[in-house]
Structure formats: C-alpha cells, structure tokens
Design a protein around this ligand. Structure first.
Ligand code: FMN
Ligand SMILES: CCCCCCC(=O)C(=O)O
Length: 316
C-alpha cells in the first residue's frame, strides 16, 4: 500500500503483511462459520441517520464520564489478550496510548505484560478484565494485585466458559506466548498435537461452572466496582442489575465465542431499555468507524470499547 492508511480498514492489509499468519488469524478471526463476525460489521451498515441541518457544531465536547472517571471521548480500549504477539512492547504500548488519549484501558487477564509492568509504565486509567480460573485462588491473587497497583474496576467476562471454536487457530495449531502474570502460580504452557493450543489451555484453566452466584464470591475478594461483559439479552441485563454490578458491557466477544448470536449493535437497544439507566451500558463489537460509535451512543451506550483486532474486511 503506497499511501498512508486513512481508515481503520486500511490497517488490516498492513497487519496482514506485518504479522505471521498464525497471529494475524488469531487477531482477526471469529468462531465457526464467522457469521456473527460478518454481522457485527454489517448490522451497522443497515442503520442510517436522519441528519438535521443548521445546528451550531463549531464547538464540540466529546468528553464523558465512566464510573466517575472523566475521559476525553467515549472510546475506551477493549481487553485484548496476548498483545506481544502483535508488538514487542505489548500492553505497555497500549497503556501509553490510553494515557496519551486520556481514556481507560481494560487490560486482558491473559495479557503478555504483567499488571505491575502496565501499572508502572504510565498513568492511564486502568480496569482489569477477569477470567475466573478453576484455581480460584489464582484469579483472586491477580484481582488483588491489580487493586494494589491502582486498577479502578474489574470487568468480568461472562461469555467464555470455554473458548469459542476458532477454526483458523485449530488449523494453525495456534500457540500462546508466556503469560507472565501467572509465573510461579500456574503453568500456561500447554502443548497439544490436536489443534489450537490456546483452546487446550483455556479448557484446562477456565472455570466452566461460573454462574450468577459467583458474583458474590467476586465481591468477597475485591472492593473494586464490578462490570459484567458479554450481556446480549434483556433477561441477563436485568439479572446483572439485580446482582448489583456497576456496569454492563454489551458484547459478543468480537464474535469469537458463540457463533450465530446477534450482532451487538442489534442487541444494544433491548439491553439499554431493560437497564433503564440504573447502571452505565458500555458496548463493543464491529466498530470500524466514528459513525459506528455515534450509532452505539445514539442507541444508549455510555461509551464503547475498541479492540486491537484487524478489521474484518476480508469478507467484503
Ligand atoms: C485478539 C483478541 C483478543 C481478545 N482477548 C480478550 C480477552 O482476553 N478478554 C476479553 O474479555 N475479551 C477479549 N477479546 C474481545 C474484545 O474485548 C472485544 O469484546 C471484541 O474484540 C470487540 O469486537 P471487535 O473486535 O469487533 O471490536 C479479544 C478480542 C480479540 C480480537
Ligand atoms: C491464552 C488462553 C486464552 C486466551 C483467550 C483470550 C480471548 O479472550 C480471546 O478472545 O482470544
């Protein structure tokens, strides 16, 4: 590509050229038929605007507040695992970008830099995304390390009792780098000759029995506000409010988990209505342009997460 990329989609080609195929496929792929992966993007294109004219837009303030934290725009950074696969500085570089933009970074539980390294790298506002392991003590220790290191909230991912079936990862025999957070606590080195090593790792360590009652357990190990990520229905939104979470993230995990769930932008309005303003509703999935963010805000999201996945234009 001769000219500088001018939109997120054009970074896709650069990512494809720069990354080994195994990693590019991991970052960009979805589950099974990748139906929801396409839908996440295409559902945005079916929403159009009713523009109004002659409104003074000479001064625009995009800042907003999430859990009491002021951020410069309603754009936060989604938890994305294993960032050193894409860049040697990994999550530290992302945290510095968050600080420079005055926004919130959600650090993945499966990060390649430790919570301490990320915390000491800059003054970005940080939340920790949480996976609950069969070894609850390991998850608890990491939450407490995050709390000690100035993280401001826990984002419990609730859509991953097992890892989605990502067929490119199976074919590529995707391997995971070392996850330093767990050094001395649990082995994250898994070798299987039967497909995706990260799927094997996740099924060995993720607690598939996680359920609503465990929010109480989580509350017993931390004083931080708890958000729940992966809500797609009004029923679950109501339950989340009932159990007392501080925020909801409408998400289908970038279509990497259960295929044939709705595009997140199609699920947003029902969740917003069910929540009725009791807690903030955040949103992710399929965002490729500023107009997508505007659509999510218009449908009631307080702010959106953007991920580091190369956009999915390979389907077009
Ligand atoms: C490479 C990659 C890794 C991810 N890792 C995590 C993770 O560790 N924890 C998590 O809750 N979500 C994870 N996600 C999901 C994102 O947080 C987010 O929900 C999703 O990517 C949003 O969709 P989008 O990629 O279309 O923007 C990951 C997504 C990608 C693309
Ligand atoms: C290394 C074990 C599994 C990491 C899973 C990260 C994730 O959520 C993803 O979507 O990928």
């Amino acid at each position: 590509m001769a000219a500088e990329p001018v939109n997120v989609n054009e970074f896709q080609e650069l990512a494809k050229q720069a990354l080994p195929k195994m990693y590019y496929d991991y970052f960009s792929g979805g589950a099974e038929d990748q139906h929801t992966l396409r839908e996440n993007v295409e559902a945005f294109s079916r929403i159009t605007f009713q523009p109004r004219i002659l409104v003074d837009v000479s001064k625009i303030d995009m800042s907003t507040t999430v859990l009491g934290f002021n951020i410069s725009s309603p754009i936060m950074i989604a938890p994305t695992a294993q960032q050193k696969l894409a860049h040697p500085e990994g999550e530290i570089a992302t945290a510095r970008a968050a600080a420079a933009c005055n926004t919130i970074m959600v650090l993945s539980f499966m990060s390649t830099c430790t919570v301490e390294e990320v915390a000491s790298s800059c003054n970005a506002i940080r939340f920790l995304q949480l996976y609950v392991f069969k070894r609850r003590d390991v998850s608890a220790q990491l939450v407490q390390r995050a709390e000690r290191n100035g993280f401001k909230a826990i984002v419990l991912t609730a859509d991953t009792p097992r890892l989605g079936r990502r067929e490119a990862d199976i074919k590529n025999r995707m391997v995971s780098p070392q996850l330093k957070n767990f050094e001395g606590l649990i082995s994250t080195e898994v070798v299987t000759d039967k497909g995706s090593n990260i799927e094997a790792l996740a099924s060995g360590i993720f607690d598939a029995s996680l359920s609503w009652k465990d929010i109480e357990w989580l509350r017993s190990i931390t004083n931080l506000p708890i958000l729940i990520k992966g809500v797609l229905t009004c029923e679950d939104a109501i339950k989340a409010v009932e159990v007392g979470v501080s925020g909801i993230v409408v998400s289908n995990h970038g279509a990497r988990q259960l295929d044939y769930v709705p595009a997140t932008i199609s699920a947003l309005e029902e969740v917003v209505l069910a929540v009725g303003g009791k807690v903030p509703v955040l949103f992710d999935g399929g965002i490729r342009r500023g107009t997508d963010i505007f659509k999510a805000l218009a449908l009631g999201a307080q702010a959106v997460f953007v991920s580091l996945s190369p956009p999915t234009v390979q389907f077009v």
